[in-house]
Design a protein around this ligand. Sequence first.
Ligand SMILES: [Zn+2]
Ligand SMILES: [Zn+2]
Length: 366
Amino acid sequence: MADTVRAAVQTGPRAIEIREFPRPVIGPDDGALLRVEACGICGSDVEQYKGSMGGRGLPMVPGHEPLGIIEEISGSAAARWGVRAGDRVAVEILIPCRSCDLCLAGQYMSCKNRAGSHGGYNPPERGLGLWGGYSEYMHLHPNSIVHRIRNDLPAEIAVMFNPLGAGVRWAVHYGGAGLGTTVLVLGAGQRGLSAILASRYVGAGTIIATGLSRDAKKLELAREFGADHTINAEEEDTVERVREITGGDGVDLVLDLTPMAHQPVRDALEAVRWGGTIVLAGLKGGKPVELPTDRIINKALTVKGAFSVDARGYTDAIALIESGQFPLERMHTHTFGLDDVAHAIELLAGEVPGEEGIHVAIVPGA
Ligand SMILES: [Zn+2]
Ligand SMILES: [Zn+2]
């Protein structure tokens, strides 16, 4: 094995270059060395790339949805994580302290003494710098959280643990989707499609998905993944169509996964049934959304905010992937090597004319 590691390093807004790092040596109290097989890209990579994190943490290796093979591991990490060299693992972004009150209550995503993150901000004094997934190898901190996933699946499919984890957590764990639940999914990106897959996996009833005219391909995929009805929100009235489909009742569960748009949140209040649940996961860039809150009271609604994904979301998503029940390869549109990280992010952002990405992955060996 080479004694240097190639990684894509973000140095400023829209500035990514390849750099070489010394290959980390794993000591007895270290975590592990991961050979990255694939790393997913999502909307927050786009924001990070454009510079919304400011200069904080730069230069850094981005990539927070990594999948890889444990190449070397310390005895303490092997015992703690229950994995050994050669195992394939999905890596969670956050590196929690595992000791504060929030960690002990299972809410480690909001850990008070976070040790850092894989592909996000890390204190500059922390070690070797290979914390992100857009790299040949990653150094896994001893507090990392990893999940085993079968070695025989294509890396581009296995790496979907991340968007599918969100789909499972938001639709099933937050939204309560289960046998017979009627579900409306607003937004047909990789997370909208993942929410449809998760709902179908747990036996939901009627599933309705919305998108825009430019999402025609995604809506086709939504039907393939189990949506019974799709709505073009630019041409049809979402609320009217949902009432028509549900015999006037509305749906049990609405998920808003649309970025920036305000109308879907108001539509959710009208399209949900009396006593139903709304899960909000589409960020609106910090802008206030005008809402008739009386509708929440008079319809006795439950409205939940969906922040991130937890270990249960990832393990259930991995079970969904390993079940082989769905043609997940249909969602994977693009694979790029390390030299094309910037292009890959721009493609997912919709900045590459004539190309539309749904699930895009960086494969360092590609
Ligand atoms: Zn992500
Ligand atoms: Zn903690």
